[in-house]
Design a protein around this ligand. Structure first.
Ligand code: UT7
Length: 332
């Protein structure tokens, strides 16, 4: 969707990560890996891991409360909660409903959205349309993940990559010419088998065809995802830059999904952008899926990097395969 879309933007933002840190040195004791391999191939030094007694949605509660406070509203003002997640505690009650109850957003409708690591951008796009058509005034979009609960801790190909975190935004009306100027979402289901997480009710027949699904943990063909990611991040970024009638030179910051430093570098190179357009968090949090864009954005805002009027590209890719991008003129 690339029509004129001024007047809806982020009016509050917050994030939360668990306290427990798992370093590359810790992982060396768990699987056949090394700090050198992980740092060189991914850019990750450590990640945050939820303790086993804390539900994943608690991170979403903390991030949501901070975003609501930052927006200067109360939980009771929220009309809709969208929880973008690929690692919910339950299929139902949905994460969005668990968060709704805990924060006391009594009048809000609530649902989960699963577009894997693209989920936050998908959520922004859905929310923007509810706001533009006048149905709702305030929408909470949360990217909330506990990927440590889903990875195979014996598989070095995946367990070194992921972490737990949540980031949340409140979307509402902003001055004309600010806010979300263009969005783009897409999917290629034919490539879905390169990144999979089977459900508990997968059939025996499916498991015979794809043996790795027997373990009911995350599985990934890293190189296929890598190639796809570099290409799609470039294409999706260009799409929203053009959609907002801007050029690459007008972009102040890019907030990519942070899965691997080499993927980000590759995409930036294709776009002809320098690495100082990024606020890196992957080194300390790993791949936090749908939380990676809002957590990085929140930290960049808190550090004073983002100014009113800055043009930000948010761009994600992930399981499905899916992708999504948004061009936001920062309104706060
Ligand atoms: O959020 C969206 C989902 N995920 C992604 O976007 C991830 C995309 N893919 C990637 O980031 C990279 O493909 C990986 C980081 C997953 C892997 O990096 P790579 O450079 O593509 O490595 P590779 O898969 O080609 O493996 C190279 C070698 C292999 O050994 P051999 O066959 O050359 O002897 C692997 O077995 O590295 C080995 N390897 C490891 N070695 C030490 C794989 N994982 C590890 C490990 N530690 N953790």
């Amino acid at each position: 969707m690339n029509k004129e879309l001024n007047g809806v933007g982020i009016i509050g933002i917050g994030s939360a990560v668990p306290e427990k840190i798992l370093t590359n040195a810790d992982l060396e004791k768990m699987v056949d890996t090394s700090d050198e391999w992980i740092t060189k191939r991914t850019g990750i030094s450590e990640r945050r891991i939820l303790d086993k007694d804390t539900p994943v949605y608690e991170l979403g509660v903390k991030a949501a409360q901070k975003a609501i406070e930052d927006a200067g509203i109360t939980a009771e003002d929220i009309d809709l909660i969208i929880a973008a997640t690929t690692s919910p505690d339950y299929l139902f009650p949905q994460m969005a409903c668990l968060i709704q109850a805990k924060i006391g957003a009594k009048k809000a409708a609530a649902f989960d959205l699963n577009a894997a690591c693209s989920g936050f951008v998908y959520g922004l796009t859905v929310a923007q349309n509810f706001l533009l058509n006048g149905q709702y005034k305030y929408i909470l979009v949360i990217g909330c993940e506990g990927l440590s609960r889903m990875v195979d801790w014996e598989d070095r190909n995946t367990c070194v990559l992921f972490g737990d975190a949540a980031g949340a935004v409140v979307l509402g009306a902003v001055d004309n010419k600010y806010g979300i100027l263009s969005t783009h979402i897409g999917a290629d289901g034919e490539m879905g088998n390169v990144l999979t997480m089977p459900c508990c009710y997968i059939t025996e027949e499916d498991i015979k065809v794809r043996e790795h699904e027997n373990k009911k943990v995350m599985w990934m063909d890293g190189q296929e995802v890598f190639k796809f990611a570099v290409k799609i991040m470039e294409q999706a970024s260009l799409k929203v830059i053009e959609g907002a009638n801007l050029s690459i030179e007008d972009v102040n910051y890019v907030f990519p999904h942070q899965a691997n430093t080499r993927i980000i570098d590759g995409a930036l190179k294709r776009l002809g952008m320098k690495s100082d357009k990024i606020h890196p968090i992957i080194q300390k949090y790993g791949n936090i899926s749908s939380a990676s864009i809002p957590v990085a954005l929140d930290e960049a805002v808190k550090e004073g990097k983002i100014k009113k009027g800055d043009n930000l590209v948010l761009v994600g890719f992930g399981g499905g395969l899916t992708w999504g991008s948004a061009l936001i003129k920062w309104a706060k």
